[in-house]
Design a protein around this ligand. Sequence first.
Ligand code: GLN
Length: 201
Amino acid sequence: MAGSPRVGVLALQGDVREHAALLAGLGAEVALVRRPDELAAVDGLVIPGGESSVIDKLSRAFGMRDPIRAAIAGGLPVYGTCAGLILLADEIVDGIEGQQSFGGMDIAVRRNAFGRQTESFETELDVPELGDPPVRATFIRAPVVTRVGQDVRVLAALPDGTIVAVEQGRLLGTSFHPEVDGETRFHERLLAHVAARSHEA
Ligand code: GLN
């Protein structure tokens, strides 16, 4: 790969701009991805937060579901935040009728897992893999990971053990939104996956 990594943000719905701005700040060439040819032109992808059932429906309407599944199966590095994490999960708990994910990560994810009382909250999260300082994590009607397969690495959990950040191969997922707090280390990790993959090619 010559020059900047080309990273897409799936731009069907959700907080697309925040991720695009953050990635551009890290030196990536950013593309908003809505069509299969746009997906084919990127070396990595962010699936933003938003509403997972809407992103699911739109991806099917735009003919993007199968290309995204094929790209994931082909080893494309992907980072999913919140709704994006739900879309990367092989199994969704508490999805709406007929809701599907792209899958790829051997995990189960429960939508809206914190209930109405705690729709949104912020906390400092220790992520050993990212070192110091702890991550300022904003959870917005967030999902949690309720099952992890043996190939899945848990990157972070809340003090009660609830899993909120995971990685499997080049797929990375967080329940929370690092982009709203200017936390860049997860996106840097995605870029590291992109670089590692390009060196293999
Ligand atoms: N509750 C949303 C969903 O189920 C996720 C919320 C978010 O992405 N901030 O898709």
